[in-house]
Design a protein around this ligand. Structure first.
Ligand code: GTP
Length: 349
């Protein structure tokens, strides 16, 4: 199955919320406007011929020639009330107030007073989402630097381990050599999980005794990656946010230590976000940008949530590159982020 088909299928909670929201908004229209009465009296209608079919269902002349046309879609005049409904629906779909307002205003431009269908509205929304997201849809940049050091940050449970496993596997498939460092040394379960992913991906995972200093593990991993001429070093980190000062110090120390080996490292700092947290993802970006020099985002768990609209809010507010999205727990359920594919799937087109 192509990733786009998977995305369409797995984004269905978000897309059915948005898609059916737009259908409802349009169907809330009152009766179609009354046509002005013809100035010339119409000729008396011929007496209806007895027929099994109601006359209204008979196809017109063009329909008889080209085959029967689909029933016309309901339409609603785009006015202030409809825009307000649209804005509320976008906010409910986790796009955030500012983004919802901007998107609504852009959709209104040039369309006020026109009677539009749900399909036209979906198309207009997909265009707006694509416009916002195109500048941030950038795959993880790869540098000739060996090893390219990728620091992976994010709160516990956001999907860091899984993302590292999936990335490692994809890089391996692309012929790159990879080393993983299990930098959350406090959580034995996290280390074990990373080892399982490493096995699946065929990538060595460097671990340290529970509770030991993650920075010294990072240094050892850097030494090994250099010695082996590895293309990439992926470093997992702890995600405890209860004590930000500790976490900040831990991350800063990892960076200090790897810079002893390569002053330009880390080359990427990926923040992994869980789509099911909705608007909370915005405050996580704020927090992690203060803790680390976040260079790009990965959004996981877009399957199984109706809150996928938050990715639009993130793109609009921060403009940070979105490198990849996750739509499941399997190794091939992560792929580069494509703005048009995402927008189309999100609105249910
Ligand atoms: N449905 C779904 N589940 C995912 C996705 N990505 C990760 N998960 C699941 O989310 C859970 C947490 O993922 P982890 O990769 O362990 O998250 P973490 O950030 O490393 O968390 P810690 O190990 O607690 O630090 C696991 O059960 C994963 O299988 C995704 O894209 N979709």
């Amino acid at each position: 199955m192509s990733f786009f088909s998977k995305l369409r299928e797995r984004l269905s909670k978000s897309s059915s919320k948005i898609g059916s929201g737009l259908d409802e908004i349009v169907s809330e229209a009152g009766p179609a406007p009354v046509q002005p009465a013809p100035s010339v009296p119409a000729p008396a209608a011929p007496a209806p011929r007895p027929t099994a079919e109601p006359a209204a269902e008979r196809p017109g002349f063009m329909g008889r020639i080209f085959g029967s046309a689909a029933p016309a879609e309901p339409r609603r005049e785009l006015d202030d009330a409809m825009l307000e409904d649209l804005e509320d629906m976008l906010i409910a779909a986790d796009m955030g107030t500012d983004t919802a307002l901007r998107v609504t205003a852009n959709i209104a431009e040039g369309r006020m007073g026109r009677r539009i269908s749900a399909t036209e509205l979906k198309q207009a929304l997909a265009d707006e989402v694509t416009r916002i997201m195109t500048p941030v849809a950038r795959p993880l940049p790869l540098y000739p630097k060996k090893p390219q050091v990728v620091l992976v940050v994010g709160v516990n449970g956001s999907g860091k381990t899984t993302t590292i496993g999936k990335l490692a596997s994809q890089f391996r498939t692309a012929g790159k050599s990879v080393v993983i460092a299990a930098g959350d040394t406090f959580r034995a379960a996290a280390v074990e999980q990373l080892q399982v992913w490493g096995q699946r991906a065929g990538v060595p995972v460097m671990v340290a005794p529970q509770g030991s200093d993650p920075a010294s593990l990072a240094f050892e991993a850097m030494t090994r990656a250099e010695a082996e001429g590895a293309d990439l070093l992926l470093i997992d980190t702890a995600g405890r946010l209860q004590n930000r000062a500790d976490l900040m110090e831990e991350l800063a120390k990892i960076v200090r230590v790897i810079r002893k080996k390569d002053p330009s490292a880390p080359h990427n700092t990926l923040l992994v976000l869980d789509a099911t947290t909705g608007q909370n993802a915005l405050s996580q970006v704020d927090t992690f940008r203060k803790l680390a020099d976040v260079s790009g985002l990965v959004m996981t768990k877009l399957d199984g949530t109706a809150r996928g609209g938050v990715l639009v809010a993130l793109a609009d507010r921060f403009g940070l590159p979105i490198h990849a999205i996750g739509v499941g727990e399997q190794i091939d359920d992560l792929d580069a982020f494509d703005a048009r594919d995402f927008a189309t799937a999100l609105v249910g087109l």
